[in-house]
Ligand binder design. Structure first.
Ligand SMILES: [Zn+2]
Length: 75
């Protein structure tokens, strides 16, 4: 999945995501904690929403397919 495409993002979430440098986005996507795997994994099939001004990515662990989420605080 390309980090440049985010079809499942809400418009506000897509705007926040677009403001993050591409390199940082890659790091965020490949550094999501999975509670089942007990280590950092790559998130896949993710969507994005804005919660309390923070960007929340919700998707699946690329290794065990369980649900994972990553909150990205706006600075
Ligand atoms: Zn996992």
């Amino acid at each position: 999945m390309s980090v440049e495409s985010f079809p499942k993002f809400t418009p506000p979430a897509a705007k926040l995501w677009a403001d993050i440098p591409a390199q940082t986005r890659k790091q965020l996507l490949s550094n999501v904690w999975c509670g089942r795997c007990k280590h950092s994994v790559t998130i896949k099939n993710f969507s994005g929403v804005v919660r309390a001004n923070d960007l929340l990515l919700v998707g699946q662990c690329s290794e065990c397919q369980s649900d994972v989420a990553r909150m990205i605080e706006s600075s």
